[in-house]
Write a protein that binds this ligand. Structure first.
Ligand SMILES: N[C@@H](CCC(=O)N[C@@H](CS)C(=O)NCC(=O)O)C(=O)O
Length: 211
C-alpha cells in the first residue's frame, strides 16, 4: 500500500494519486506538535519534514521526486508526457519550477509573515524570497498567455506542482495573483481529483483561506 506521510506538499502527492486512481493512505503528521513526538515518522524521514512516501520497501522524500517515481513506476499516465512528446520540455520545466522556483520561495514568505518575530517580518531575506517568487511567476503568466496549462493544451503533473505553489502563495499573504492566474487556479482546482484530494487532506482543507 502506498502511504503518504503528512500533508503540506503531500497534497501534491495525494492529488496525483487521485488523478491516477491509485490506492493509498494518508498518514497524518502534525509538525506543530514537533516531529520528535512522532518516532514512527522520524524512522521514515529522520529529517522530520513532510511529505514522505512509502511504497512496499521504497521510502522517499521530496514531493516532486515522489510524483516522478509514482508516475514512472505506477504509470504510464498522461499526466507525464513522454520525452518524445512536444509538451515534454515545458512539462519538465514547470514540474520543477513549481517547487524549486515557486513553492520554496512562497514557503519562506509565509514563514516570515506568520512565524518570524515581529521585528523580522519584513527583513531582507523575506524580501528576497518574495522577489524570487515574483520573478518565477513571470514564467507562469507568460505561459498562460500562450496556453491553458503549463505544458500546453492538456493538464499534467506540472499543473499539480504549480497549482500547489499558487495555493501556498495565497496563504502567505501579500502576494497578489493576476486574473489569468486566478482563472488558471480555479480551472485546476475544479478537477474531481483535486476535490477528492481535499477530502483526504482535511487539515489543508480546513485551513485553506476563503477566496
Ligand atoms: N522540497 C520539499 C519541501 C519540503 C518542506 O519544506 N515541507 C514543509 C511542509 S510543506 C516542512 O516539512 N517544513 C518543516 C521543516 O522543514 O522542518 C518538497 O517538495 O517535499
Amino acid at each position: 500500500m502506498i502511504t503518504v506521510w503528512g500533508e503540506g506538499r503531500g497534497l501534491r502527492v495525494v492529488w496525483l494519486l487521485e488523478e491516477m486512481g491509485l490506492a493509498y493512505r494518508l498518514r497524518p503528521v502534525d509538525l506543530f506538535k514537533g516531529a520528535e513526538s512522532d518516532p514512527e515518522f522520524l524512522a521514515v524521514n529522520p529529517g522530520g519534514f513532510i511529505p514522505a512516501m512509502t511504497d512496499g520497501g521504497v521510502t522517499m522524500v521530496e514531493s516532486i521526486a515522489i510524483m516522478e517515481y509514482l508516475m514512472a513506476r505506477h504509470g504510464p499516465t498522461a499526466l507525464a508526457p513522454a520525452p518524445g512528446d512536444a509538451a515534454f520540455p515545458l512539462y519538465q520545466q514547470f514540474l520543477h519550477l513549481g517547487e524549486a522556483g515557486l513553492a520554496t520561495a512562497a514557503y519562506y514568505v509565509l514563514g516570515a509573515r506568520h512565524f518570524a518575530p515581529p521585528g523580522q517580518r519584513d527583513n531582507w531575506t523575506a524580501g528576497q524570497a518574495l522577489r524570487g517568487f515574483e520573478s518565477r511567476m513571470r514564467l507562469v503568466t507568460r505561459q498562460l498567455e500562450r496556453a491553458p496549462y503549463m505544458a500546453g493544451e492538456a493538464f499534467t503533473a506540472a499543473d499539480i506542482s504549480v497549482s500547489y505553489a499558487l495555493l501556498l502563495s495565497k496563504r502567505a499573504g501579500g502576494i497578489t495573483l493576476d486574473a489569468a492566474t486566478q482563472a488558471y487556479l480555479a480551472r485546476t482546482t475544479a478537477r474531481d481529483g483535486y476535490k477528492r484530494a481535499l477530502d483526504t487532506c482535511t487539515a489543508t482543507r480546513d485551513s485553506a483561506p476563503e477566496d
